[in-house]
Write a protein that binds this ligand. Structure first.
Ligand code: R1P
Length: 263
């Protein structure tokens, strides 16, 4: 059986009855409830039933793709993602984003739950990703594909997000392979390197989407203070609770950003 993103996009079109999805949203840990803010789905497909996808391994990553009409266009909302630490390889970690681009998406909105390195960040606060540090040691690109990542996180979409939610601040996201959380010494190192947020996703997806010419926006939800910045232990269930609690604000932001991307 073929596993190409093009075949996955064709299967998605058949299963959803929607020939083209204009914008894609990838929902990270705990972001599921925010999906309802984007709009009502006309179809929801388990991604493991599409070519090239494997069942998602991270807790709370439902593993479905929703087709959501927005005005005359359609958004593809992916509930959950494949992380590098799940062991399926880099191509698998970006397969959903490549499928979304093959399905027609010219804008990809990536979300995640992240540790807050910047001490001014509060748990439950969304932060617009302004740039990233890819510390996975990997790239989804193979061969001489010299993609410019100067404005990897689209300035126009960032401005639109700040208009929608004037309280939004911006920060640099460091993407590590995981799955372990970071040590306090690593967090001090990351702060020195210029990181404000840390997590285990997003950076490879951004590179893959930019290589395909899509615009990218990234929103991290600060789910916990990073290791060593407080006395608190880091627990994935608490991460999920913090992101769930912000669903009303983040859902409205996603809806607004999808609409702005389609304008
Ligand atoms: C840790 O709690 C998990 O949540 C985040 C981290 O990357 C890690 O997988 O997941 P998302 O980045 O998919 O939101």
């Amino acid at each position: 059986m073929s596993t190409s993103p093009q075949d996955a996009a064709a299967a998605l079109a058949e299963r959803t009855g929607v020939a083209r999805h204009d914008v894609a949203v990838v929902l990270g840990s705990g972001w599921g409830p925010a999906a309802d803010g984007i709009g009502e789905a006309t179809a929801e497909v388990p991604v493991a039933e599409l070519p090239g996808f494997t069942p998602l391994g991270a807790p709370d990553h439902r593993g479905t793709a929703r087709s959501v009409p927005v005005g005359d266009a359609h958004a593809l909302v992916l509930l959950g993602r494949t992380h590098l630490y799940e062991g399926h390889g880099v191509a698998q970690a970006v397969h959903a984003v490549r499928t979304a681009c093959a399905a027609g998406a010219r804008t990809v909105i990536l979300t995640n739950a992240a540790g807050g390195i910047d001490p001014s960040y509060a748990v439950g606060q969304p932060v617009l990703i302004s740039d990233h540090l890819n510390l996975t040691g990997r790239s989804p690109l193979v061969g001489p594909e010299f993609v410019d990542l100067t404005d990897a996180y689209d300035p126009g979409l960032r401005a639109a997000a700040r208009d929608l939610d004037p309280g939004l601040v911006e920060g640099v996201y460091a993407g590590l392979p995981g799955p372990h959380f970071e040590t306090p010494a690593e967090i001090r190192m990351l702060r020195t390197l210029g990181a404000d947020l840390v997590g285990m996703s997003t950076v490879l997806e951004t590179i893959a989407a930019r290589a395909l010419g899509a615009r990218v926006a990234g929103i991290a939800l600060v789910s916990n203070p990073a290791a060593g910045t407080t006395d608190e232990a880091i627990d994935h269930l608490a991460v999920l609770d913090a992101v769930h609690a912000a669903a009303e604000r983040t859902g409205a932001l996603l809806r607004g950003l999808v609409t702005a991307a389609l304008a």
